[in-house]
Design a protein around this ligand. Structure first.
Ligand code: C2E
Ligand code: MG
Ligand code: MG
Ligand code: MG
Length: 283
């Protein structure tokens, strides 16, 4: 199932007035309404085992189904939502939908963990309680959920974040360090946080196989992650050449347009069936 690049739905007019206060205010009003109306949904992108091509997980990516503008990408509304303090509400609906969906897939025999992205405002002491309640409500085993964090989402207070994430780990859910390599303290965070997975940022992956320096960074990241007992996901894998290089470097999981763009949930079972997904995910 080699898929085309994700369709660029109609997006907001980018008239270089990003800071136009009235546009932002209108958009924010619309976003609040969209949340209430249930127009904030998820697409899912498969994560594929580099060795055997099976789907080992899916990442949930938020989408705004706008009534007139079509599907709006997170790049166009998450920054606004973050500024307006709307992230906890968005994350609540994202987590609810992702856990419910994963539980349904588990029940139908597709035991693939779902990864959910978190923002800074989400990593609070309440998170463990929220997750515990959701897993119980939908009867999803904890290993069916992975929380993706970034340097930005923890940098405000890494010590507090580490405590919250340790609680999440004790529940049995996974913790993934997303966009690895883009920040200033990726390595420090990798050592300080209770991480189970490292996601190498697309900016490194996209320079494979030719860029010797980026290849060296990826190689040493994989070695380090493996020796710390973590597995490694490469994001933004678009070509067979990239995948081949990742295989040689010992990367575990590949995610990108080469395999599939993020798709609506109804399309996932077809992709999973096609990949011969393991009935019990063992990652
Ligand atoms: P991310 O978590 O690093 O997700 C990967 C992004 O790369 C996604 O963009 C995905 O569609 C895109 N992508 C996947 N494969 C390829 C590829 O082969 N080539 C290229 N060029 N791009 C690829 P998307 O869905 O637009 O999300 C953008 C960012 O928005 C995410 O980056 C994440 O930081 C944030 N985000 C998305 N959903 C959520 C969410 O539910 N909550 C939070 N807090 N953030 C989210
Ligand atoms: Mg992510
Ligand atoms: Mg990422
Ligand atoms: Mg990224």
């Amino acid at each position: 199932y080699v898929a085309k690049a994700e369709g660029r739905g109609p997006v907001l007019h980018e008239e270089r007035h990003d800071d136009d206060a009235r546009t932002r205010l209108t958009l924010l009003e619309e976003l609040r309404k969209a949340l209430r109306a249930g127009h904030i949904g998820l697409h899912y992108q498969p994560q594929v085992d580099v060795r055997d091509g099976r789907v080992r997980g899916v990442e949930a990516l938020v989408r705004w189904q706008h009534t007139t503008r079509g599907t709006i990408s997170p790049f166009h509304f998450l920054p606004l939502a973050e500024d307006a303090g709307l992230m906890p509400e968005i994350t609540a609906t994202v987590l609810e939908q992702a856990v419910r969906q994963a539980a349904e897939w588990y029940r139908t025999g597709f035991a693939v963990p779902v990864s959910v992205n978190l923002s800074a405002d989400d990593i609070t002491p309440d998170l463990e309680t929220t997750i515990t309640a959701l897993l119980r409500k939908h009867r999803l085993p904890p290993e069916g959920l992975v929380l993706e964090i970034t340097e930005t989402s923890v940098m405000h207070d890494p010590t507090a974040a580490a405590m919250v994430l340790r609680g999440i780990r004790e529940l049995g859910a996974g913790v993934s360090l997303d966009d690895y390599g883009t920040g200033h303290s990726s390595l420090t965070l990798l050592l300080r946080l209770p991480v189970t997975e490292v996601k190498i940022d697309r900016s490194f992956v996209s320079s494979l196989p030719d860029d010797a320096r980026h290849t060296a960074v990826i190689r040493s990241t994989i070695e380090l992650a493996h020796s710390l007992g973590m597995h490694v996901v490469a994001e933004g894998v678009e070509t067979h050449a990239m995948l081949g290089a990742l295989r040689e470097l010992g990367c575990d999981i590949s995610q990108g347009y080469l395999h599939s763009p993020p798709v609506p949930p109804a399309e996932l079972p077809g992709i999973l069936r096609h990949s011969g997904v393991a009935v019990l995910a063992d990652r």
